[in-house]
Design a protein around this ligand. Structure first.
Ligand SMILES: Nc1ncnc2c1ncn2[C@@H]1O[C@H](COP(=O)(O)OP(=O)(O)OP(=O)(O)O)[C@@H](O)[C@H]1O
Length: 454
């Protein structure tokens, strides 16, 4: 699904507003305009814009005053100041009081796009860390289920919360493995100590080693400073290693040693440091297959799997979809400050029956996108140029095929469309549709999709 990002342009000169609008709309952003600081603040009260592009010098409220007000009322909004050469000093000043960056009007517009992309990245990261920044008393996640298997799993969590046993979480991408790990930490006696989560597949062997174990200054080229590793940071708390099936043999050996001795050595040092953490690992790989094919150590497998919890995919817990939808709607209502009165019947019916290859992550993205595009208080799929929406339009007209064949056809078409919408960029597509990069890679090979990607 294509991501939608909204930007509010605040500039008293129509010509400037129009130039930025054209530039940014051509890159897929949704644009709002305000002629003055006051108008911008009014708009912000009823509509959420994660990024504001604000002229420094304007009649009425100045850019700096607008910035101050936005930063005090909407902590998560990033403001980029726009200025001529005459206002550079003020723009630099603005950065000291919270502006994300600034752009000089006569410079190459590419510079502005780079600044916006940087702000977008930061916002996505913050969002990942704290899904709903504006929520106050609400629970952050839904920890209830009507599905027998999931219910049992949630009960088990409560039972094992107090122990320090190693836990292995299994399940497809997007089913909520990290959320379950966080829950396990939150209900444990370690809850006021750190919860450290690392996705092992994002690192090369060397980087992962330094990330986990830390390093001394000068221990390898580029190690300019001493760095504390994640095992040390997690001391007293919980460490969550996602995609554990991706770690190299080399790290597996070192990791096994840590689990046996509960001591680590930073890279470039032979001093042993004691560490005490609860270990939770997750994977969507079949580790038994990985052991058979020699990719994963059997002794490590038995160390990490004291308790195994398998989280079912969303399509196998359809009885929970309605509660999930309502949960996300309630949270996004607060985040986007939009008055949503209802969800269109046809859309709801579709959402309740859809198969969610990207699981809860995909459902969450669909609801978020409907919120962004919603103008009349009624959530609907209409206007979403995603393959999900196309599927929505056509889902009533299909021939009855063998299930696996139908699923393969669907997956293939879905992926071709998703890739096309994201300029065949694998990393971006994976992020948008809620698969890991590796999973998407495997699917591309499985369905020979390269021929559609040129
Ligand atoms: N119980 C829940 N309540 C609310 N949101 C949830 C819940 N479970 C998962 N989510 C949301 O779904 C998304 C995916 O969750 P999470 O990252 O935990 O999945 P995962 O199984 O670890 O995925 P991956 O294997 O790709 O890392 C996140 O945005 C998360 O906030």
């Amino acid at each position: 699904m294509k991501e939608v990002f909204k930007i509010l342009i605040v500039d008293d000169e129509k010509e400037h507003r129009e130039t930025y609008r054209m530039l940014l709309e051509s890159r897929g952003f949704i644009i709002g305009e305000a002629k003055s600081g006051d108008e911008a603040l009014n708009i912000m009260e009823s509509e959420y814009y994660p990024i504001v592009l604000c002229d420094v010098i304007m009649p009425g409220l100045s850019g700096i005053e607008v910035l101050k007000k936005i930063k005090s009322d909407y902590e998560s909004v990033e403001v980029i100041m726009v200025t001529g050469y005459g206002g550079v000093e003020t723009a630099v000043e603005a950065m000291k009081i919270g502006a994300f960056g600034y752009f000089i009007k006569s410079h190459n517009p590419e510079e502005l796009l780079i600044e916006i992309e940087k702000a977008k990245k930061l916002l996505n990261l913050q969002k990942k860390n704290n899904m709903i920044s504006t929520k106050k008393n609400k629970e952050r996640y839904l920890y209830q289920s009507k599905n027998p298997k999931m219910k049992e799993l949630l009960n088990t969590l409560e039972d094992i919360g107090q122990s320090s046993a190693n836990v292995l979480l299994l399940g497809e991408s997007g089913v909520g493995k990290e959320i379950i790990a966080q829950r396990l930490h939150d209900i444990s006696k370690r809850s006021n100590m750190p919860f450290i989560a690392i996705n092992c597949q994002y690192y090369s062997t060397n980087l992962l080693e330094s990330e986990l174990f830390g390093h001394e200054k000068g221990s390898f080229t580029g190690a300019n400073e001493k760095r504390i590793g994640r095992f040390e940071e997690a001391n007293g708390g919980t460490i969550f290693l996602d995609e554990i099936g991706e770690i190299s043999q080399e790290i597996q050996v070192k990791f096994l040693r840590v689990l046996e001795n509960r001591k680590i050595e930073r890279m470039g040092s032979n001093k042993q440091i004691e560490v005490d953490f609860r270990l939770i690992c997750a994977t969507n790989k079949n580790l038994l297959h990985e052991i058979q094919s020699g990719n994963f150590r059997e002794d490590l497998f038995y160390r990490i799997n004291t308790i195994i919890l398998e989280i079912p995919p969303l399509r196998e817990r359809k009885e929970d979809i309605l509660d999930m939808i309502n949960f996300f709607i309630d949270n996004y209502k607060m985040e986007f400050k939009k008055d949503i009165t209802k969800i269109e019947n046809e859309t709801l019916e579709y959402l309740l029956n859809y198969s969610y290859p990207g699981n809860i992550r995909e459902l969450k993205n669909i609801i978020e996108r409907m919120f962004v595009l919603c103008k009349d208080g009624v959530l609907k799929m209409e206007g979403m140029e995603s393959s999900t929406a196309k599927n929505f339009d056509s889902h009533k007209h299909f021939d009855i095929l063998d299930f696996n064949l139908a699923r393969a056809n669907f997956e293939k078409e879905y992926l071709i469309n998703a890739l096309k919408l994201n300029d065949n960029n694998i990393t971006k597509t994976a992020e948008v549709i809620g698969l890991s990069r590796r999973q998407l890679f495997n699917k591309i090979n499985e369905y020979n999709l390269r021929e559609f990607m040129s």
